[in-house]
Design a protein around this ligand. Structure first.
Ligand code: PLP
Length: 388
């Protein structure tokens, strides 16, 4: 069973390493000679528990997660986390302070914007401490991370958490640093589209989450890393008295952690893909090696775009926060983007269409995208520019 290596740059669900898919295909049919495929085996079986434990252990190893943190898995995707963050972080803040906390959101793209909108919908007093749109020439585009000196973070005594998106998949904006937050305020990060592409210091965070479908595996599993002390809770009645909604059980972090991520039916096959992908990353040298590779691939693409004659490609994201994972640009001129996409497709380069909300071109440079694919794309970027 095989296929030609695709040169696919889609933003998610994204490409998976061929070795992972080959092993997964075998395990979907007959896992460890059990006569059953992993998609058919009970989530209460020893096999399922070993998949959970192994995925947890490899992620802990890759990210040097300390003992004071817990790694767990759930469904609901990145969007489920937008809600889960609210319920869980307000509850732990209430235990610490006896108050309903407020939240700061750093809005640097459409995913952090959506997360803030969900928090508002759930009744949180949200302070948009940064709204990057205000810094654009038309007042509505994303493409920058305003300097921290301009952020209007709320009062530390009243703020449960500061939320941000480490890599904005649609606008191609990535934080080149971890935001500083006041002592005692928890930092929450959506790393759905750049986790496992570089090392980071887990201890700076209260919570990190990531949908698996870009750099870790397939849609259906969300990975969370949480500071253990945030799993403590007041009584439900006390939360309700403060006007804090109770988390639905499938989004209630303490319930999930207590049950080793198996409170309800977890998609074990999808988690197995996480397991295989993270194991491969580990065997290939871990995140230090991956970071060098990700940076080098992104650099090649940006260099090709920047070295084209002026006006052929338009990269609107500030150089300081250009994403290494999602490289977005426009090609001004009637029909030029279509011509670029058509020419790319003819060369076997696919998945390059920008997000439907912003258009343009988007190159997703996730871990499974090979240097060979990037080189072929760079050749096409150069050739298109020279004929423009
Ligand atoms: N956060 C980021 C950064 C994303 O890129 C996405 C989806 O692409 C989401 C959240 C939403 O994820 P989901 O579709 O799994 O809910």
């Amino acid at each position: 069973m095989s296929r030609a290596q695709p040169h696919y740059f889609g933003a998610g669900p994204a490409l998976l390493p061929a070795q992972v898919l080959k092993q997964a295909a075998i395990d979907l049919l007959n896992y460890k000679d059990s006569g059953l495929g992993l998609g058919e085996i009970s989530h209460r079986s020893a096999f399922a528990v070993s998949v959970v434990d192994s995925a947890k252990a490899t992620i802990k190893e890759l990210l040097s997660v300390p003992e004071t943190y817990e790694v767990f898995f759930l469904q609901g995707g990145g969007t489920g986390e937008f809600s889960a963050v609210v319920y869980n972080l307000l509850a732990s803040f209430a235990l610490k302070t006896g108050k309903k906390g407020k939240a700061d959101y750093l809005i640097t793209g459409s995913w952090s914007q959506k997360a803030a909108e969900e928090a508002i919908r759930l009744g949180v007093d949200v302070n948009m401490a940064v709204d990057a749109r205000k810094w654009s020439s038309n007042g509505k585009s994303y493409g920058t991370i305003p300097d921290p000196s301009t952020w209007t973070l709320g009062n530390a005594e009243e703020t449960a958490y500061v939320y941000y998106c480490d890599n904005e998949t649609v606008s191609g904006v990535e934080f080149p640093y971890i935001p500083e937050v006041p002592e005692g305020v928890e930092l929450v990060a959506d790393m759905s589209s750049n986790i496992l592409s570089r090392e980071f210091d887990v201890t700076k965070f209260g919570l990190v989450f990531a949908g698996a479908q870009k750099n870790i595996g397939m849609a259906g599993v969300t990975v969370c890393i949480i500071k253990k002390e945030l799993l403590a809770r007041p009584k439900d009645d006390d939360l309700l008295a403060l006007g804090i909604p109770l988390a639905p059980l499938v989004l209630d972090f303490p319930t999930i952690v207590k049950n080793n991520s198996l409170y309800n039916t977890l998609p074990i096959f999808n988690l197995h893909i996480v397991n295989l992908t993270t194991q491969l990353l580990y065997d290939n040298g871990g995140l230090k090696v991956q970071e060098v590779l990700s940076d080098a691939k992104a650099k090649k693409i940006y260099e090709a775009l920047d070295s084209a004659p002026k006006g052929v490609y338009n990269c609107i994201v500030d150089k300081a926060c250009r994403s290494r994972m999602n490289i977005v640009f426009a090609i001004p001129g009637e029909g030029n983007e279509k011509a670029f996409l058509d020419g790319a497709k003819a060369r076997g380069l696919t998945g390059l269409q920008g997000h439907r909300s912003v258009g343009g071109i988007r190159v997703s440079n996730y871990n499974a995208v090979s240097v060979e694919s990037v080189d072929l794309l760079v050749d096409w970027i150069n050739m298109f520019a020279s004929n423009a």
